[in-house]
Design a binder for this molecule. Structure first.
Ligand SMILES: Nc1ncnc2c1ncn2[C@@H]1O[C@H](COP(=O)(O)OP(=O)(O)OP(=O)(O)O)[C@@H](O)[C@H]1O
Ligand SMILES: [Mg+2]
Length: 363
């Protein structure tokens, strides 16, 4: 039997759980002329959800992960490479011949991929502007393209004022839906929610929550029932541990499935597998821990032990930390993705949380 759980990469088809409401809402927005700004903590399922919805539209989708872009010229080139995957070569070649600076095109003899190179220029934004306007033009001719900028917060580090220049071009586009996805919450909010930012309220804000308990429960139990009489208990315990975080739920479920498949059920199966995964990551957790200052460490310990009075005045002055120091630590840790803020602050990774608890309990 194939393991029905998957973690780390995009999930689709049978690996994808529910999210019906989100899928419907997202489809409606991209069927209109609006753009989408999707913000959620790391590994909540942004890419998987958008991938599912845009694939269903059957429209041309140009997907760019800005984490992998090195400069503005590269931005233009990668976008063009996406175009060559979706549109006929000859048509694009003709349109590109009208660029202000015409790039050289060649076809790789082995992979058949199109290689693109621009003459180096002082201001390479011209290349990007031409490519973006070309996509708009293609949208006039055929189905409206969808342009996805994944990890969009990385734009800020590419070049000064790139946000302003990018907006100045794409604000005129009527035939494209732009989707901006991002995980560094504060940076994304700075780009789209700050009144002074060029991208202020540029599209419909779409926040993604964890997968609802009942949906995840049904998804897990259906698979565990095949292997175990204790499916209900196993499922409940997994969700209690992972708190419905999409990635960590799948990670734990994956390992439990492997163990059950080999007939190794035990009453403490969850604890055993959790310990095993923590051990796998022990070095990473130690390295991560050593990057924190003392206030960060104190805040993390208190959150790990679910001491809810973290910010009450009586405690916040203890150990010499002022309320503002604690607030800065919370902000810093949230920006780094170590903490997520739902109705309260929680440690994003339940395995890291348990690592902290175990270390503190044995020290
Ligand atoms: N709808 C879903 N059903 C089941 N599992 C999911 C779903 N969405 C996400 N996951 C789990 O979360 C993992 C991360 O998903 P995905 O890469 O789509 O998230 P992301 O928010 O884009 O992450 P990143 O911040 O790393 O870009 C997946 O590998 C899968 O294990
Ligand atoms: Mg992603």
């Amino acid at each position: 039997m194939t393991n029905p759980f998957k973690f780390g990469t995009i999930v689709s088809e049978d690996f994808f759980t529910n999210r019906q409401v989100e899928c419907q809402k997202l489809s409606q927005i991209i069927a209109s002329s609006n753009h989408v700004i999707m913000i959620a903590p790391r590994r909540f399922g942004k890419t998987s959800l958008v991938n599912k919805v845009v694939t269903q539209t059957k429209r041309p989708v140009l997907w760019l992960d800005l984490q992998l872009i090195t400069n503005v010229s590269d931005f233009a080139i990668q976008l063009m490479k996406q175009l060559f995957k979706k549109y006929p070569f000859e048509r694009l070649k003709f349109l590109i011949s009208h660029f202000r600076i015409v790039p050289s095109l060649s076809i790789h003899p082995i992979t058949n991929n199109v290689e693109i190179a621009f003459e180096p220029r002082v201001d390479s934004f011209v290349h990007l502007e031409d490519v973006l306007n070309l996509i708009e033009k293609l949208g006039e001719e055929r189905a409206r393209p969808i342009v996805v900028f994944d990890e969009f917060q990385e734009l800020i580090s590419l070049e000064k004022s790139l946000d302003k220049r990018l907006r100045s071009v794409i604000q005129f586009h009527k035939n494209i839906n732009y989707l901006f996805l991002g995980s560094a919450e504060s940076l994304m909010k700075q780009i789209f929610e700050n009144k002074k930012s060029p991208f202020y309220h540029f599209g419909q804000l779409f926040t993604l929550d964890k997968i609802p308990y009942h949906d995840f429960y049904n998804f897990l139990i259906t698979h565990f029932e095949v292997l175990s009489d204790n499916a209900n208990e196993i499922t409940e315990k997994i969700l209690e541990f992972s708190n419905c975080h999409p990635y960590y739920t799948q990670q734990l479920a994956f390992h439990i499935w492997l163990t059950l498949e080999h007939g190794n059920y035990s009453d403490d199966i969850i604890e055993t597998i959790v310990d095993y995964i923590i051990l796998l990551h022990n070095n990473d957790f130690e390295r991560l821990w050593n990057t924190f200052n003392n206030t960060d460490k104190r805040v993390l310990i208190e959150i790990a032990f679910e001491q809810t009075n973290l910010l009450s005045t009586s405690v916040s002055y203890k150990n010499g930390s002022s309320t503002s120091t604690i607030y800065s630590a919370l902000k810093r840790l949230t920006e780094k993705g170590i903490l997520i803020k739902t109705d309260k602050y929680e440690i994003d990774d339940p395995f890291f949380k348990n690592w902290i608890i175990k270390k503190r309990s044995t020290s």
